[in-house]
Design a protein around this ligand. Structure first.
Ligand code: AKG
Ligand code: FE2
Length: 329
């Protein structure tokens, strides 16, 4: 039986657990990634204070006047840094070229906070993946709080990639050297309360799949939330469990696994009309991406002997650049 709802999985025993405990976690994660592409994790080890700090400084940023936020506006469509205003993006465009309505959220985004050696970070093949971050002047503590969170997400992603490796029948460390210079992005999305009615077809975030290896999302339980399209084509709500993260895999991971795992369509719907101020919602989203030069070619355990892989090898950096430029208005 395929999972049709997003499962909650406790990963706390992974780091110091027995081989059997690790396998148990990895098998549950493998099933979630095969069937629905999403899971909720408890026992991730990130402190509630760290998450609360992120929420607080990010909210203060979004409360600034537009002109102040625009000082760190994203410099170009393929430079995934800085501020993107309301309706400046339509994430639905990656799957549907006709998705025109702008998404009803604004966001701020950073990339790596600790650079590898310059010869690697600024090699021609690196493209803009190590472009400098654009730090707002206010609130003054944002830089420190976001940097610490970025580092912590990098560590949690490594643990998750180890669980993934075991789940895929690989050595636990299979992904380690492919993600040790990861080009991940941390993005906070602010979904303002909806006072005016959206135009027909316009929602908080259009139906899309994520691009990279995995996403770590701290969402809020507010009217107008996250839904995923399950294997029967039904939109189901993702449960918001206190102190848990929502994890999903992205297109690059699906490709890596030869579509053994699914990168699932998801969207953020509008709150019911009249929800008022209570419907303001903030998401902390960490998009984990492998090193730009990691070759994404069919993982050996993901195809039968003699079977031809579905996709050509491609580097992570090239794959991601193509995805970024498709969705910007
Ligand atoms: O805000 C959310 O719950 C999801 C956001 C999302 O899907 C994304 O940023 O890719
Ligand atoms: Fe997403």
């Amino acid at each position: 039986m395929k999972l049709l709802q997003v499962p909650v999985i406790d990963i706390s025993a992974f780091s110091a657990g027995t081989a059997e405990e690790k396998q148990h976690i990895a098998r549950q994660v493998d099933q979630a990634c095969r069937d629905i592409g999403f899971l909720v994790i408890s026992g991730h080890g990130v402190s509630p204070e760290r998450i609360a700090d992120m929420r607080r400084v990010s909210r203060a940023f979004f409360d600034l006047p537009h002109a102040e936020k625009a000082r760190v506006a994203r410099p170009a469509p393929d430079v995934t840094r800085g501020y993107i205003g309301m309706e400046e993006e339509s994430v639905g465009r990656l799957r549907d070229a006709n998705a025109k309505a702008g998404d009803l959220n604004e966001s701020l985004m950073i990339g790596p906070v600790d650079l590898p050696p310059a010869a690697y970070a600024f090699a021609p093949e690196a493209g803009k993946h190590f472009a400098p971050n654009l730090w707002p002047e206010q609130p003054a503590e944002l830089r420190e709080v976001w940097s610490a969170y970025y580092r912590e997400m990098g560590k949690l992603a490594q643990t998750l990639m180890r669980i993934f490796a075991l789940g895929l029948g690989l050595e636990e460390t299979f992904f380690d050297d492919k993600i040790d210079r990861h080009i991940s992005r941390l993005r906070v999305r602010n979904y303002p309360a909806q006072i005016a009615q959206p135009v027909p077809g316009q929602i908080r975030a259009g139906a899309h799949s994520d691009y990279g290896s995995l996403t770590i999302l701290a969402a809020e339980d507010r009217p107008g939330g996250l839904q995923v399209c399950n294997a029967e084509g039904v939109w189901v709500d993702v449960p918001i469990v206190p102190d848990c993260y929502i994890i999903n895999i992205g297109d690059l991971m699906a490709r890596w696994t030869n579509d053994t795992w699914v990168s699932t369509l998801h969207r953020v719907v509008n709150p019911p009309a009249g929800s008022g101020e209570d419907s303001r919602r903030q998401s902390l989203v960490f998009f984990h991406n492998p090193n730009y030069d990691a070759e994404i070619s069919c993982i050996p355990t993901c195809r039968a002997e003699g079977e031809v892989p579905r996709y050509q090898p491609i580097t992570s950096g090239e794959y991601l650049r193509n995805a970024f430029v498709t969705t910007q208005n």
